[in-house]
Ligand binder design. Sequence first.
Ligand code: HEM
Length: 418
Amino acid sequence: MQDDVLGDGGATVTSRDAAFRDDPQRFYDAMRAHGPLWPDPAYGRSVVTGYEVAREALRHKSFGVDARRATEGSYARRIAGTGVFEGVGETAYEPPLVLLDDPAHRRIRLLMSKAFAAHTIDRERTRIERITAELLDDVARSAAADPHGAVDVVETFTSLLPTRVIAEMMGLDGAAPDDLRTWSEQVLWGYDPDRDASGQDRLREAYVSLGRCIRSTVAARRERPIDDLVSAMVLAQEDEDRLSDLEIASLCTQLMVAGNVTTSDLLSSGLDLLVRHPEQLAVLRAEPARMADAVEEMLRIDPPITETARIAYDDAAVGGCPVHAGDTLTVALAAANHDPARFAEPQRFDVCRPVEGHLAFGSGVHVCLGAPLARLEAQIGLGAFLDRFPALGPGRTPGVRRALPFFRGFAALPLRVV
Ligand code: HEM
């Protein structure tokens, strides 16, 4: 693979670019061929694409996630200009867990894990099954009204299931799922290093709207806790330590954003993979018990978060290459999952493949807190979809990929379901 597919780097190797959106692995392969670190001067960063080096970077003791410690003008600093560290008044916001280093990170993660512990997987199973069944009734109705028995599965199913699940878990019953999803996506546009003033305004509006909706729930649960996640956060305690209102509101925003777009994308990409690989769909129909492995293979081959970042705090080495204090490393999780040195024939979708160790949920101290929930939603949601629609197949028009930075999924995915 030639380096020239990479051009001058920058936005051409991000989801802003249609060619990259269609086939990011072509670009990642070219970066991997270059060596352990691919320098991208246009964006002031180096990209890690190999599996072992990605794991090393995610767990490196000299690396952290605080963009304020990155070199001026670097990729991490451009993204951090979202105001997540600067909000005041209605946009006051604690940095998300994923952008906190220890000891602050350890403290919040511990309290958060305690709150999550009450929401055991078995308890959530019933909720997810109920919401899935309700949504699939609507999908069937929409398909029956379509002359080709087709529906946009993003609009009717994949974008709705995770949003309803997390909103119900948190107790945000009053908020419309469509609004929650729109605000979540707007917050994620904050990770666009090239966002303009209007993007910044939309981001601020999303923080304000989501914040208002969440803060009123937090205040109500402080008064009178009930059996939901916000109440569990209000009550979570470690020694004398508790979460403040601002911390809870910020954490809820993160859960809404992190848990919603990602899991929607896993469901959409999973359905897309299955209809494009009918022989794998047939294997799964014949052996539904393979669903858990199939979801891991979907996470490996098309992970919803394609990239994350680490900042070097000291001069150090990764993959045997020197890095300097202040350098930004983009850790391409999607590339690591396609490293042929770790996964044989990485482009082949195989629901029978043993895929332990993929990096779709990250690795190290920041490993995804919601992974068990996301896995369960995908296993139940996709399993029920296949049961309900035996005629599932490609739609008459191709799916449309979303341009959101680092979050790979579909804006629309028309499929034939009946
Ligand atoms: C398929 C769905 C999901 C994917 C692919 C995913 C992926 C990830 C990844 C890659 C990270 C680590 C980022 C880094 O190290 O820089 C992460 C962290 C996190 N995720 Fe998820 N996630 C998903 C679903 C969820 C859900 C459902 C929730 C909660 C409801 C959630 C909550 C979090 C939180 C709170 C963190 C920060 C953990 C920390 O910094 O300690 N995620 N996720």
